[in-house]
Design a protein around this ligand. Structure first.
Ligand code: ADP
Length: 402
């Protein structure tokens, strides 16, 4: 919206001199609506009842001096911009005079100058009003968004509490029967083998592998529930990789999968973090890398120096992840392919555990991926100070000797 002189504005003239009012009205009436009152009292009442766009306080006020009236008018609507012009007779003011006014005009007035300055003040006033209006609308929008955000945060907190309690209860409730099934299965397998050394062991092996898979699922849920207490100390990445591979070897039915893992992390300086937790992260990332590369491709584990520390990466040449899924896979229980016909087993909690653990170590997991080409999951860990490197190397030598 732009304001032009053709846009009507309302002017209030407060002056006890009818001639002065008459001549101002004559000059301005074609462009503006003019209201005129003869004293300060009426002026205040008129501003209160229906605020004008501009006020002119004349020289002949019977009941109040122009300064007091100016202050009263300004105070009556402090949040509004109401330009108030004071007319005065004197061209020269005493040097110590401090007049409060938006503008002071000296008599005699000149019509072109009056029109020009009133036009400018009106434009200013309307721009100000527009800004106030915009500000009000924006404040309303912000308040609405804040309310929506607060509601969403509340819902999300409630959902998170509910999820945590489900996870904790489920992991607790599953563990005991699972342990019973596990020992019963292994006893049945023993019995079956004793009764018939051929044939039945295939079924027993199936049952044992299924129990192992179930155990890893429950373990994952338990890990998610447990708030992992991670350490922050120098550790050897190669050791963490070996722990992860050993664990996976136990978990997987086939040793062929282990052979696909290609670690390239020897001669890496000591890193800062929790060896066990890093092993758990690697175990999860390698497990996924193997699972989601059904072509049987290799899974590489590398470490690369960066300005912020060592980037540890697990790379596969499998199915990859679409751009729009890359953030979501870190949500607990989220799986790209979660339908009933899904090709890959799992619970969708592995990556959320990875994220949780790395968060606790002060770092984050990053993923680069291309569908059909493969994925690289990585995280950066600080390199330990040289002193810690020496201490750790000495400790390891002593450990080897003893
Ligand atoms: P799960 O493997 O049990 O389904 P995760 O939390 O480990 O759960 O992974 C979540 C999802 O992220 C997986 O279901 C899969 O869709 C996707 N994903 C994870 N790792 C890979 C990978 N290396 N390649 C392709 N997709 C992956």
């Amino acid at each position: 919206m732009t304001f032009t002189n053709s846009q009507p504005g309302t002017l209030l003239v407060i002056d006890g001199d009818p001639d002065a009012v008459e001549s101002l009205t004559h000059w301005l009436k074609d462009r503006y609506q003019i209201r005129a009152v003869g004293n300060g009292e009426q002026g205040r009442a008129s501003v209160q009842a229906n605020p004008p766009d501009l006020v002119l306080i004349g020289t002949s006020l019977p009941d109040v001096d122009s300064q007091t009236l100016f202050r009263d008018l300004k105070a009556s609507a402090p949040e509004k911009f109401l330009p108030v012009i004071i007319l005065t007779e004197k061209r020269e003011l005493p040097s110590d005079a401090e007049i409060e006014a938006d503008e002071v005009w000296y008599k005699p007035l000149h019509k072109p100058e009056v029109l020009l300055r009133i036009g400018a003040l009106m434009r200013l006033k309307h721009q100000f009003d527009m800004l106030v209006e915009k500000n009000r609308t924006l404040t309303e929008v912000v308040a609405k968004h804040e309310a929506e955000l607060a509601a969403a945060t509340r819902t999300s907190r409630e959902a998170s509490i509910l999820k945590d309690s489900i996870v904790q209860n489920v992991s607790h409730e599953l563990k005991t029967p699972l342990l019973q099934v596990k020992s019963a299965t292994s006893m049945l397998a023993e019995d079956a083998r004793a009764a018939s050394p051929t044939g039945t062991s295939v079924l027993a092996d199936h049952a044992t592998a299924a129990v192992a898979r179930l155990e890893s699922v429950v373990q994952n849920i338990t890990n998610l529930a447990a708030s992992t207490n991670v350490k922050f100390e120098p550790f050897n990445l190669n050791d963490a990789v070996n722990v992860a591979i050993r664990q996976l070897g136990r978990q997987w039915a086939s040793s062929a999968a282990v052979e696909r893992i290609k670690p390239k992390v020897e001669n890496v300086p000591l890193l800062m973090g929790d060896r066990g937790a890093v092993a758990q992260v690697l175990q999860q990332l390698i497990d996924n890398a193997v699972k989601f590369s059904p072509n049987g491709g290799p899974v590489e584990i590398t470490a690369e120096n960066t300005p912020n520390g060592m980037r540890v990466a697990v790379r596969d040449y499998g199915i990859g992840i679409a751009d729009d899924q890359r953030e979501r896979i870190f949500q607990a229980f989220y799986q790209v392919d979660s339908g009933s016909t899904r090709r890959f087993p799992g619970t969708g909690v592995g990556l959320s555990i990875v994220k949780l653990i790395l968060d606790k170590m002060g770092t984050s997991v990053e993923v680069e991926s291309k569908p059909g080409v493969g994925s690289t999951f990585s995280f950066v860990l600080a390199i330990a100070e040289p002193v810690s490197q020496e201490v750790n190397a000495r400790d390891r030598t002593e450990q080897v000797r003893s």
